[in-house]
Ligand binder design. Structure first.
Ligand code: MEV
Length: 424
């Protein structure tokens, strides 16, 4: 079952028993015995107790694996932590179609985060803004003194920008501190620098600094992914056209765009969680970016190329880290990074964006053809079978009957289970 060359393509992965799936992952990602064992273990209580307050226990969600991904000519298998059925299968299927025309290609900007300092009670905001820019060198020196390690790694505070905003309380200055956070998500580094800069800014301007905090609209830390989806694999010209008709609504209507982008985040969040990153930060950045031109719209774009294939693109902020925070503390997050084989935040961001595009393609592909309920039904039927009392082999058998009869309902499942048991 395991291919000799390192490829993420594996057909019928979903049909394999869990042990065989683990064998595949172990071979692909060179996992050791302890790694494989830890798939079954929960986060230990002592670690959990250090991560948040008032700990009672841990809360589990399923960890699945998306296969078939080819990103910048490298094969990836992608761990996904999610409670939603069909998401992992849909991503794997989209990646399989994308492979035909070379998989996903990505680009990523430098890991620049923005810290905001809100300055109030200033009489002459224009003059104060000028003064801030004149002290740029001093401000960057103070900021960089807060994180020598980051500076040693080539990161640190790089720039200062000043914005004058009108508010119901009068004019205010918002100073942006631009920080290269290298392989971290960066919240701690940026917030520490902002807090250190606050008294210096007050002294320079005579104003009062109120907020000093990172912005989750990380629009200087963008990632882009693109892929060509083969028209024949999609089912021909008509399917491509139907796809584009479905897509266009998200580009013009916020009601649809919210659902469309939610589908993108189904994939993105699952990987963000699996790698111990902050999914709220990614969500906030994504949705704010989707509204950057004044109207909330789609994070993806699609068009047909001259061969009639579908070209998909995604662009969004991606503040992820491979060092620091939960990414370092949570043993499964470390294991998931090992499975992915990513060493840098940039590479992780590129995989995340590709997965988001794959997830969106899969949703629109299903929605513009058979609908999404079909994909949901087989797992749902298994849950109904269990609820009806099926055990062992009965579960699969009963679920198959339910899907076949198009009646995935509890009362029907109970009735059918009785019949199956009487027959055997
Ligand atoms: C469901 O979790 C996600 C979808 O609604 C996304 C979409 O409509 O594009 C299927």
């Amino acid at each position: 079952m395991c291919p000799s060359k390192k490829t993420s393509v594996v057909s019928g992965f979903y049909k394999l028993p869990i042990e065989k799936r683990r064998e595949f992952v172990a071979q692909f990602a060179n996992l050791n015995e302890d790694d494989v064992k830890s798939f079954s273990s929960c986060l230990d209580l002592a670690t959990a107790d250090r991560m948040i307050e008032n700990v009672l226990g841990t809360f589990e969600v399923p960890l699945g694996l998306a296969v078939n991904f080819l990103i910048n000519n490298k094969d990836y298998i992608i761990p996904m932590a999610t409670e939603e059925s069909s998401v992992v299968a849909a991503a794997s299927n989209a990646a399989k179609i994308a492979r035909v025309k070379g998989g996903f290609s990505t680009t990523c900007s430098e890991p620049l985060m923005i810290g905001q300092l809100q300055l109030l009670h200033i009489k002459d905001v224009a003059a104060a803004a000028q003064k801030i820019m004149q002290h740029k060198k001093q401000l960057l020196t103070v900021a960089n003194a807060q994180d020598k390690i980051l500076v040693d790694f080539g990161g640190g505070a790089k720039d200062i920008e000043v914005r004058i905003l009108e508010s119901p309380l009068g004019h205010m200055i918002v100073t942006h501190l631009i920080v290269d956070v290298r392989d971290a998500m960066g919240a701690n580094a940026v917030n520490t620098m902002c807090e250190a800069l606050a008294p210096v800014l007050e002294e320079i301007t005579g104003g009062i600094v109120r907020l000093k905090i990172l912005s989750n609209l990380a629009d200087k830390r963008l990632v882009k992914a693109t892929a060509i989806f083969d028209k024949e694999k999609m089912g021909g010209d008509q399917v491509v056209d139907a796809f584009l008709e479905s897509y266009v609504l998200a580009s013009i209507d916020p009601y649809r765009a919210a659902t469309h982008n939610k589908g993108i985040m189904n994939g993105i969040d699952a990987l963000i969680i699996a790698t111990g990153n902050d999914f709220r930060a990614i969500e906030a950045g994504a949705h704010a970016y989707a509204a950057r031109n004044g109207q909330y719209t789609s994070l993806t774009q699609y068009h047909k190329n001259k061969d009639g294939d579908l070209v998909g693109k995604i662009e969004l902020p991606m503040a992820v880290g491979v060092v620091g925070g939960a990414a370092n503390m949570h043993p499964k997050a470390k294991l998931c990074r090992k499975i992915l084989g990513v060493k840098t935040a940039r590479e992780l961001a590129e995989v995340v964006a590709s997965l988001g595009l794959a997830q969106n393609f899969a949703a629109l592909f299903a929605l513009s053809t058979v609908g999404i309920q079909k994909g949901h039904m087989s797992l749902h039927a298994k849950n109904i079978a269990v609820m009806a009392g099926a055990q062992g082999d009965e579960i699969e058998k009963l679920a198959d009957f339910l899907v076949h009869d198009g009646k995935v309902k509890l009362d029907y499942a109970k009735e059918l289970l009785e019949k199956i048991r009487k027959k055997s």
